[in-house]
Design a protein around this ligand. Structure first.
Ligand SMILES: C[S@@+](CC[C@H](N)C(=O)[O-])C[C@H]1O[C@@H](n2cnc3c(N)ncnc32)[C@H](O)[C@@H]1O
Length: 381
């Protein structure tokens, strides 16, 4: 590292708001230490590339289905990352690529990719695993036009790996929270804000016959795609504000990936009440929020982190991705939440069992239970 570079880094670290950023970058790495940029799977071949951050790259391990892959190139130069993670010296050499040619999918329909920084326990690195489903049995995939309404990148393979990873990570979380068969412990599942079916595709592909999987969406374009492409699901168009015609006390499990991340506080409160109305007593809810990991990954200024910490919730601006037909009220925005806010405010509606940083891909996963549980968490008997 040049003298000028070191000096610039040091001066930046001395500014008060920059100190928040530096601390946030370190913390984030504990939960989101790596990301995939590209993945190619054609059994038995898997190729993947991305970045992985660790102070001791030489002693870190990559695993494909629990084994060291045939080839790993790591660490490679990554000057682009150095701009985002300016407080971390290791961000200058963090690119990787790997290749393995022994992936058969014989034992499981999903292959796992794992990064283990030196000194971390398997339980820690397991939470940031990525999963890919056997491409020979992939459910129908939406086109870029649908995908771009819900995520910034319209790459189909990243959309699929995101959905498969949410499915498998959430499945593990449900088991940790007392549902012995993960998703298969629940009879009636709702994917609220299902978008282009990123998660719904896998919920349906992995569901047993006795399970009902519903998708609910305010965007008719994506809802129509889901209804046509995923006929075993039941899809319902939602109004921007409740009430809905979904039945009372019906769902055992409600999931909302990146929906509260777009709702202003009063609108979110309305929907928390509505979700409570349609959840069975004892039902589980898994919803994601944008927290410190998203801030660090987006290179957000420390003033934003300070603001979220002080106020608990922060709307950072309009989100034009969805293009709602009549959006005179500027409904769809980008929102950050602090963990303290979630625990204090959302516990008026549900038991907040946990806030798991980075488990919702890079968003935080909030695990809720509809209080006054009448029976066990697992609803299927
Ligand atoms: C960022 S996208 C995420 C979509 C999907 N959950 C995923 O992970 O790909 C948020 C989705 O929530 C939908 N949405 C926003 N407000 C909603 C509401 N009140 N009820 C149902 N869906 C809503 C949007 O139309 C959009 O498709």
């Amino acid at each position: 590292m040049s003298y000028e570079h070191r000096l610039r880094r040091m001066l930046r670290a001395l500014q008060p708001s920059r100190r928040y950023e530096a601390a946030n970058q370190r913390t984030t790495l504990r939960h989101v230490p790596w990301m995939l940029d590209a993945i190619y799977v054609a059994p038995p071949l898997v190729r993947a590339s991305g970045w992985a951050l660790t102070p001791v790259p030489e002693r870190a391990r990559f695993l494909v289905d629990g084994r060291t892959p045939d080839q790993v190139e790591f660490p490679e130069p990554s000057m682009d990352l150095d701009e985002v993670f300016w407080a971390l010296p290791e961000a200058r050499r963090a690119r990787f690529s790997l290749c393995d040619s022994r992936v058969t999918f014989d034992d499981d329909r999903f292959v796992t990719l794992e990064f283990q920084p030196f000194g971390t326990q398997t339980e820690e690195s397991a939470a940031s695993r990525w999963y890919v489903r056997d491409p020979r049995i992939e459910p129908p995939a939406p086109a870029g036009e649908q995908i771009s309404r819900v995520v910034n990148d319209c790459d189909q393979s990243k959309f699929s790996i995101g959905g498969a990873s949410v499915f498998c990570r959430f499945n593990n979380v449900l088991m940790q929270y007392g549902a012995p068969a993960g998703f298969r412990s629940y009879e009636r599942i709702l994917d609220w804000g299902c978008g282009a079916g990123r998660l719904t595709r896998y919920l349906l592909a992995e569901a047993e016959e006795w399970q009902e999987v519903w998708g609910a969406e305010v965007d008719p374009v994506n809802l129509n795609w889901c209804s046509a492409a995923l006929p075993s699901g039941r899809f319902e168009l939602m109004p921007l504000h409740p009430p809905t015609h979904l039945p009372d006390s019906y769902f055992d499990l409600i999931i909302g990936v990146s929906v509260f991340t777009h709702l202003r506080e009063p609108v979110a409160e309305e929907w928390l009440k509505e979700l409570k109305r349609i959840a069975r007593p004892g039902a589980m809810l898994l919803v994601t929020v944008q927290g410190s990991a998203v801030m660090a990954l987006a290179g957000a200024p420390g003033s934003i982190a300070r603001n979220v910490r002080r106020n608990g919730i922060l709307v950072t601006g309009d989100n034009t991705q969805l293009r709602i037909a009549d959006d005179s009220e500027a409904y769809y925005v980008d929102v950050f939440h602090s963990v303290e806010y979630i625990r204090a405010r959302w516990s008026k509606h549900f038991n907040v069992l946990g806030v798991l940083p980075g488990v919702g891909l890079h968003q935080d996963l909030v695990v809720l239970r509809n209080e006054k549980a009448a029976g066990p968490v697992c609803q299927h008997r």
